[in-house]
Structures are given as structure tokens and as C-alpha cells.
Design a protein around this ligand. Structure first.
Ligand code: MG
Length: 272
């Protein structure tokens, strides 16, 4: 039986006498009768089971150790070859592969994955040259472009000042990283990124923007930031409708930056 407070205006005194439908006053003490009456009088009273959700049951994904791709990851580079990649113009990539590492061959052009992706979790390790050459944007510059458009900057930002929205871990020209978590040149670093693709309506207008969350060497540096549009070097970004999936691109910015252990997990629409 449920009793709504105020539902029985006239008999309320009688109910209170019976210990039903009243809120115990502090001076009444916590008698068994008072507790029972409180429970009965709460219209939102529920059983624990009523807030348990059993479906769907999360799929089992195994993660054997740190640095090892989870069982449901697409491995984009395992150190052996560039079979998952092409030059940005579609030809064979000309980057160097050796000792489990791929390295930009400066001037040969950016490379992109053969496969397209939408919403993803990405893990990637990168290293800027140990030998310091150049300053600002000219030192250890590369970039990771989601959907070939939305860049997380790769740069040697260890004691190398440049504009804040262009340093390592920036969403280039859009979002300054929360902190500078950079390691020294020549030391391996990592990004773990959650990228949520933009959505476009049937009339090609923007339905929802892209979002990024970035950890740099395990440190949160971008917390679900909203992108204003594709990465631009000059000008103000503006979205242009594109497909649900597009390749991941690694930038040749003229510096021999290295990469290793690259894997990606496609996220279902419910991860949004
Ligand atoms: Mg760059």
C-alpha cells in the first residue's frame, strides 16, 4: 500500500495515531514504529533490485599487460612493416622502418591508414630526435590527424617555447593542453586519445561537433574538448560535412620523428 502525503486530509490525525503516514519527530526517538511508518510514507520507496540493470552484458576484452594492445584493438603498427599504411596520395609509403620503429623520412609526405575510422580510442608512442635541431615549430614536429582532419600536435615541447595552442598535446590552433607533460628529446612518449567524430545532418549541416580527450604520458591534457572544425594553419576553422569514417594520418612536417606501438579501438555509438 502506498500512502501519498496530503492525500487523506481528514484522516491524517488518525493515521498518525496509528503510526502510519507520519514523519517521526526527533523527540519521538527511533522506535520500530517510527521507522516502519517512515518507510510506508515514502512514495519513492524502491527495492535494490529495481535499479539493477543486467543487459547488455559488457563484452570481455583482455588486456594482458601495459604496452600490449587489448584483444579487440586494431593494430596499426606492430614494428614490422607499413602494410596498414599508404602515402597520403595513395601510393606506397616511403617512411623508414627498422628496430621496431617507423620514422618520418622528411620530405616524402604524410602517411595514412588504409582503413577508415570514426569514434575511436587510440594509443600511439612517439619520439622526437635526440639531437636538437631548430626551434619552436621546427623542432620535432609531426602530428596525428583523426579522420585526416583533426590534429593532435606532436612536437618537441621540452624547453622549447612556441605558441601555446601549437605545442605538444595541443589540438592545433584550437585547444591549449592543460599542462606540459613533455619528456626530453630522444625519450619515448605516449598519447592515449578518445576521439568522437562529428555528426552531420542529411542537409550536411553540423549535427554535433567532434570531441577529444588526450592523455600525454598518462597525464590528462585535454578533457573532452569540443573542436571548432578541421585543423587549419591559417584562418578560422569551419566544419564541412564528411563521411562517418576516414583514415588516421601521421604528418611529415620535415622532422625525423619516430612512432611505435600504434593501436586503435573502434567505439560503438553508445560510447558517445
Ligand atoms: Mg604538426
Amino acid at each position: 500500500m502506498r500512502i501519498q502525503r496530503g492525500q487523506f486530509a481528514a484522516p491524517i490525525t488518525a493515521l498518525m495515531v496509528a503510526g502510519i503516514g507520519c514523519v517521526a519527530r526527533p523527540e519521538a526517538g527511533h522506535t520500530a514504529a517510527a521507522s516502519a511508518s517512515q518507510e510506508i510514507s515514502r512514495p519513492d520507496s524502491m527495492r535494490p533490485e529495481e535499479t539493477e540493470v543486467w543487459e547488455p552484458e559488457p563484452e570481455v576484452v583482455t588486456s594482458e599487460a601495459d604496452g600490449v594492445p587489448p584483444s579487440d584493438a586494431v593494430v596499426l603498427f606492430d614494428g614490422t612493416d607499413l602494410s596498414g599504411w599508404v602515402h597520403e596520395d595513395g601510393s606506397e609509403p616511403r617512411w623508414h622502418v627498422g628496430n621496431g620503429v617507423m620514422t618520418v623520412s622528411p620530405g616524402t609526405g604524410s602517411i595514412r591508414t588504409r582503413q577508415g575510422f570514426g569514434d575511436v580510442q587510440l594509443h600511439i608512442e612517439w619520439r622526437t630526435p635526440a639531437e636538437i635541431v631548430g626551434d619552436g615549430q621546427d623542432r620535432g614536429n609531426s602530428g596525428i590527424y583523426f579522420m585526416e582532419r583533426y590534429e593532435v600536435q606532436v612536437l618537441d615541447s621540452y624547453d622549447n617555447r612556441t605558441y601555446s595552442n601549437g605545442q605538444a598535446g595541443s589540438i592545433y590552433k584550437q585547444h591549449i593542453p592543460l599542462v606540459n607533460a613533455s619528456r626530453a628529446p630522444g625519450v619515448w612518449q605516449s598519447y592515449d586519445v578518445v576521439f568522437i567524430a562529428p555528426r552531420f545532418a542529411a542537409d550536411e549541416t553540423l549535427a554535433s561537433p567532434a570531441y577529444m580527450t588526450v592523455f600525454h604520458n598518462g597525464v590528462l591534457i585535454q578533457n573532452h574538448v569540443e573542436l571548432q572544425g578541421p585543423t587549419l594553419y591559417i584562418g578560422v576553422p569551419q566544419y564541412e560535412a564528411h563521411g562517418d569514417r576516414a583514415p588516421l594520418l601521421l604528418q611529415d612536417h620535415g622532422n625525423p620523428v619516430s612512432f611505435r606501438n600504434i593501436w586503435i579501438r573502434e567505439l560503438s555509438a553508445t560510447a558517445r
